[in-house]
Design a protein around this ligand. Structure first.
Ligand code: SF4
Length: 318
């Protein structure tokens, strides 16, 4: 993403390339081996979203049972709402900057800011209402706080994009608009992937950080130890669908606060190695078993209060 420090990332991926050379990735755990175990799915009629498997709040996978067997959606919660809003802000900002460049041609960063900054408030209003329609009703004061953070995130993204555009124009005086967009605005692009060969949904959306061909995931909440599962799932799906090796994952943590004018950003980069692949595939296989047998796996000894199903499982309703 254009707001990441490219030099810092290059160093991280250099270390990871050395790790890849040392450890390697087993051929049997590449997504393109979808016709043989352990990658081969046990069912060709059940498909999971990567998030359904990767968001491992629940050790026993009761969340999978509740969602896929009992058809129970988690109640509205603030974290989910924030995640949807900030993802859509990132997509909207990138799309509008690109559209503006294609429409106006070679325009400098100041032009981007003058044209797009005045509509940040209305864009954030629209995107928060869209997210509320998806998640459900939340307290007004929480929604207002999210809107405030959304505006500062949107402004930050526009300023970063404008800066990258100016730096690129200044470095390459003969650049055309197509190259300018590619140089200044990626390198994370949303890629549609058919994950059905490995038991995942037919239309996944994976973000790819192109220089290292790493799968990236944007997170706006707390750091959780299960976050690397999502890039592992996307890596398996891309390898199966496109027969292209995906060796690295990246989680981009964006933290927003009403007390700070700009977000705090840090990245976690890692090898999508054998252990992570095996763990993801084990979760997938267990989820298949639960759904195909309609089996309630029961609750783990303790439930984290940040689990989206906490209210449902602890209220005695289920
Ligand atoms: S509340 Fe507990 S049992 Fe229910 S899905 Fe969450 S972790 Fe699992």
């Amino acid at each position: 993403m254009f707001f990441l420090n490219r030099t810092d990332l290059d160093k991280k991926f250099k270390i990871l390339r050395a790790e890849l050379q040392k450890l390697g990735i087993s051929e049997e755990l590449r997504g393109w081996n979808w016709q043989s175990p352990p990658v081969e799915p046990s069912s060709r009629s059940i498909f999971f979203g990567v998030g359904d498997l990767a968001a491992r709040y629940c050790k026993t996978l009761r969340d999978v049972y509740l969602k896929r067997v009992e058809n129970i959606k988690p109640p509205p919660n603030l974290k989910m709402f924030e995640g949807i809003v900030y993802h859509s802000i990132a997509t909207d900002a990138v799309t509008r900057v690109k559209s503006f460049l294609f429409e106006k041609g070679l325009i400098g960063g100041a032009g981007i800011i003058e044209e797009l900054m005045p509509s940040v408030t209305s864009a954030c209003e629209r995107l928060t209402w869209d997210a509320l329609n998806t998640v459900g009703r939340l307290e007004d004061k929480d929604v207002e706080a999210v809107k405030m953070k959304a505006r500062s995130f949107y402004r930050f993204l526009l300023v970063q994009a404008a800066s990258q555009i100016d730096l690129t124009l200044s470095k390459f005086p003969h650049i055309d608009v197509d190259s300018l967009v590619n140089q200044a605005i990626p390198p994370i692009v949303e890629r549609k992937v058919d994950g059905s060969l490995v038991g995942l949904s037919k239309e996944l959306s994976a973000d790819i950080y192109t220089p290292a061909y790493a799968v990236a995931d944007l997170k706006t909440g707390e750091v959780r130890d299960f976050h690397p599962y999502a890039p592992a799932g996307y890596a398996l799906a891309i390898e199966a669908d496109e027969e292209t090796a995906v060796n690295f994952g990246m989680i981009i943590y964006v933290r927003l606060s009403t007390q700070r004018p700009v977000p705090t950003i840090h990245t976690k980069c890692f090898l999508i190695g054998d252990e992570l692949r095996r763990e993801f595939l084990e979760i997938r296989d267990e989820a298949f078993e639960i759904v195909s047998n309609a089996r309630d796996p029961g609750k783990p000894p303790t439930c984290p209060d940040f689990c989206p199903y906490y209210q449902i499982c602890t209220s005695g309703l289920r």
